[in-house]
Structures are given as C-alpha cells and as structure tokens.
Design a protein around this ligand. Sequence first.
Ligand SMILES: Nc1ncnc2c1ncn2[C@@H]1O[C@H](COP(=O)(O)OP(=O)(O)OP(=O)(O)O)[C@@H](O)[C@H]1O
Ligand SMILES: O=P(O)(O)OC[C@H]1O[C@H](OP(=O)(O)OP(=O)(O)O)[C@H](O)[C@@H]1O
Length: 231
Amino acid sequence: MTITIGLPSKGRMKEDASAIFERAGMKIVAVGNDRSYRGRVEGFDDVEIAFLSASEISREIGNGTVDFGVTGEDLIREGLSEADRRVEIAARLGFGHADVVVAVPDIWLDVETMADLGDVAAEFRARHGRRLAIATKYWRLTQQHFSSQHGIQLYRIVESLGATEGAPAAGQADIIVDITSTGSTLKANHLKVLSDGVILRSEACLVRARKPEHEGNATVAKIVEAVRGVV
Ligand SMILES: Nc1ncnc2c1ncn2[C@@H]1O[C@H](COP(=O)(O)OP(=O)(O)OP(=O)(O)O)[C@@H](O)[C@H]1O
Ligand SMILES: O=P(O)(O)OC[C@H]1O[C@H](OP(=O)(O)OP(=O)(O)O)[C@H](O)[C@@H]1O
C-alpha cells in the first residue's frame, strides 16, 4: 500500500513542514521538476508526497485521499465535522502557532467576557433592530463556541475572507472571530480579545486520516515515530 503525505505547497507552513521531515530522516525530493506537485521520500519507496495548500490538506485528510498531512489544527477543526472521529493528531509540530479568538471593539468597556457578550447579543435587537453581526471565516468554530459552549444564539455570521479585523470599523460587522499570532493586527484595528475568548490555540500538526488499513502498517508507524522523535 502506498502512503500519501500532504505537505503545504505554499504559504507560511511550507518550509517548516519540509524541514521537520528532513530532520526526521525523511528527505523529500520533488518528482520531475521544481514546479511538480508530487514528491517522494528518499529511502521510503512506498511513500508519496502530494503538495497542496494548507486548507486542501485538511479536506483531503478528512475524505481519506491522503493518509497524513501537515496543516493547522484550526483548518482541521474548521474544515471537518466530527474531526476527532475522522482524524488523529499524531504530533504537534511546534510552528504555525496562532489563536482563533473572539475580539470586540476596545471601546466596548463593559464587555470583557463571553457572558458580557451574551448580554449584549440579547439586548442588541431591541436596541438596534438587528442581530449582533460576527465577521469570520471560521463558521464552524464560531457556532460551536457561541451556541454550544456559551449558549449564545442571537447573532449572525457575516462571511469574511480577508481583512476581517477591518470589518467592525467598516460597519460590516460588530465583532470578529479570527486568528491572531502577535496581536498587532487586532491592536491596529482597536480590537481586544475577550478573557475567555480564545476558541482554539492552533499550531501546525502531523494529522493522520483514521483508516482501518493503517492498523498494523509498518510504514504508518514508522512515519509517526520518526516525526515524534524530532518535535
Ligand atoms: N499570523 C497568522 N495568520 C494566519 N494564519 C496563521 C498565522 N500564523 C499561523 N497561521 C496558520 O497558518 C495556516 C494557514 O497557512 P497559510 O496562510 O500559509 O495557508 P494558505 O496557503 O493561505 O492556505 P489556503 O490558500 O488554503 O488558505 C493556518 O493553520 C493558520 O492557523
Ligand atoms: O496577530 P498578528 O501577528 O497581527 O497576525 C494576524 C493576522 O495575520 C493573518 O493575516 P495575513 O496578513 O498573514 O494574511 P492571510 O490572512 O491572508 O494569511 C491573519 O489573518 C490576521 O489578520
């Protein structure tokens, strides 16, 4: 059986993901020329590499098209329903750290917690004649955090595919759910994170699709062991 590993073909995780495999004794070589989206691993004849974007990797692990992948935990939990049933986080890789957070305008002085935000959401319609609007690309994580975890139902999600932090000032939304690493983008846009507003502390992970045929497969075990040995 050939084991396929999805690695980022571009973006912020690309270099670090390949470097981890190299440190683990699995040197990746491109098949064909440099622009090829296929690779192999020196010394592992039954392993192939598929170079994909970070969000494609999460999707392909979810549907089992690749056996392993390196991607952010945020993309796994946002992209896949019942993620823990479908995939296993085999190793946390120590790079690509970012938190998915709930942030509100600095000037909302009375709003520090999700409970405060729940009160605001409840009053919002009476005061403004509409629901609290949340700009985000993290639909699933937002719904889980607001509805399931904090019992807040009165809100509406405004899809944002970029420059999410600008949405409140632009009048497109009231608050945001987005990723932050240094916090400088939030600060520049006069937003603050609620004290219990960290939805997920994400980092790059080696993720395995849960497949029955992995049971007892020596190559699968070797890949996990090799990567765990260097993180
Ligand atoms: N400052 C940051 N901003 C955004 N994402 C970050 C940051 N730091 C780490 N990440 C992580 O990087 C991953 C996304 O990587 P990247 O932006 O390179 O993907 P991408 O190539 O844009 O993928 P796609 O095109 O599929 O969206 C996510 O898992 C995210 O959590
Ligand atoms: O907390 P900070 O260090 O300020 O980082 C957070 C910002 O970085 C990312 O955007 P980026 O400009 O990298 O573009 P992207 O969303 O297209 O990846 C992310 O979407 C945030 O806006």
